[in-house]
Each structure stands twice: as C-alpha cells, then as structure tokens.
Design a protein around this ligand. Sequence first.
Ligand code: ADP
Ligand code: ADP
Length: 239
Amino acid sequence: KPMIQLKDVSKIYDNGTVGLKDINLTINKGEFVVVVGLSGAGKSTLLRSINRLHDVTSGDILIDGKSITSAKGKNLRELRRDIGMIFQNFNLVKRSSVLRNVLVGRVAYYPTWKTTFNLFSKEDKQKAYEALQQVDLADKVYARADELSGGQQQRVAIARVLMQNPKIILADEPTASLDPQTSVRVMNDLKMLNEKYGMTVVANLHSIELAQQFGERVIGIRAGQVVYDGKMKDTPKSV
Ligand code: ADP
Ligand code: ADP
C-alpha cells in the first residue's frame, strides 16, 4: 500500500538551483528506506518536499493517498500530524526536561492554550514515560535536555516522534553529529519504531556503511535525480 508517492516532482529554488528534478517514487507502508548521496545531491530537499516545509515547483506528492501539495488549513495540519521529523541537531527544547520534550510530540493533538500552560493529560505523561523506556532513557525523565549526550538527545527525539504516533518518520541525517557506535544505536531505535509500530521510515544518511546495514531499500540521489533504487545487498560502493 503506497504511503508516500512523488509524481514528476521538481523543486527549483528561487535562485535557479535545481533541488529535485522529475522525481517519481513510491514508498509503501512499513518500508524502511535510506536515502544516500553526496552533500548537495538533494536529500534534504526531498524530505522538506514530502512534509511540505517548502512548496515544490511542479508535480504532486501524496501522503497515504492524499495530496499534500494542494492541501490547505485543517487538511494540511492533519497530514503533517502523520509525519514525524528527526533532525541532525535533535531540535529539542534545550532548557526543558526530557519528559516535557517528549510530550511536545503530542502538541498537534492539543489546543494551543493547553500546551502553553503545560496541561498535558496524565495519560499522555504516562505514555511519554513509556516512550522513554522504549529508548532506554527512563532514568533521564527529569534531566534537562541539554545535560544529555548527543546520542541520548537523539533518542529523546525518537521518543518524541513515538509520542506523535505518525504514519511516516522523515529523518534528515539523524546520525551526522554522532560517533559510529552511537549512530548504530540511534538507527536501531528508528528500526524499532518501524518494526514494532509499523511506521514508514525515510532516513537520509551520509554513511554508505550505515545505509548498507539498515536500509532494506536504498535510494541513491545525485543532482536531484534518483540514480539508484534497490536492495541493500546490491548497493554499490559509491553513489
Ligand atoms: P543534500 O541534503 O543532499 O546535501 P540539499 O537538498 O540540501 O542536498 O541541496 C540540494 C541542492 O539545492 C544543492 O545544490 C543546494 O545548494 C541547493 N539548495 C538547498 N537549499 C537551498 C535554498 N534554500 N536555496 C537555494 N538553493 C538551495
Ligand atoms: P550515549 O552513548 O549513551 O548516548 P555517551 O557515551 O555519549 O552516551 O555519554 C556517556 C555519559 O556521559 C552519558 O551518561 C551522558 O550523560 C554523559 N555525557 C556525554 N556527553 C555529555 C555532555 N555534553 N554533557 C553532559 N553529559 C554528557
């Protein structure tokens, strides 16, 4: 069942730079896809297009069958709620507690005034604690986010995305600032969300080794175009 579909998608930036060129791509529900390519190939542009952090220049993108390209207002908000993000720099609220950072994953389900006053339900607080257990950080619940190591902060971000309970997770270079051992741990936690909760994962990776280890399907992009799409065992040494 298609979860993400790109139909003839191009993204040309205002200054004329080609971000993506005529991309046709289908990612099915439950897939774990790794996107590889050199710096500047268009990996981030691809993810930013899928959750519509920017508008594409032409083409259509469907999320679980619904066009995000033309969605507006409430429909767009609902589609975005189905898409969780993991960033290279973790994007945590540094001075807040780990628990509160995980609860942030629920904000799209609450009216704004409630989250402003930190009025999360008891049930959600319990769920946040359980999410932290899933990534083995139950002992850090009340720590300040910026007291944790990089790997731990990224796992808080993974607990946050678990709280959001999206259909899709887009991870933009989730391990770029981490050492190899910590990177594997973070990738394993993303894999856990995929296997245990059925979330469709698309992760941009710089490292071909990690891509081969974790990408059931590896998509190689160069100059905004798909130049490789296949199983991990066939992945070429360089893309
Ligand atoms: P990657 O994530 O693979 O490193 P990007 O998607 O960030 O690649 O960039 C693809 C191309 O688009 C690059 O040539 C980059 O310089 C360009 N680009 C990215 N963002 C912008 C922007 N906001 N304005 C203009 N050009 C951009
Ligand atoms: P992990 O691999 O579990 O993410 P690390 O091996 O990077 O953690 O760090 C080990 C311990 O050192 C952690 O318990 C963490 O609290 C602490 N630590 C690492 N980096 C920092 C930092 N920048 N500030 C505070 N504590 C840190």
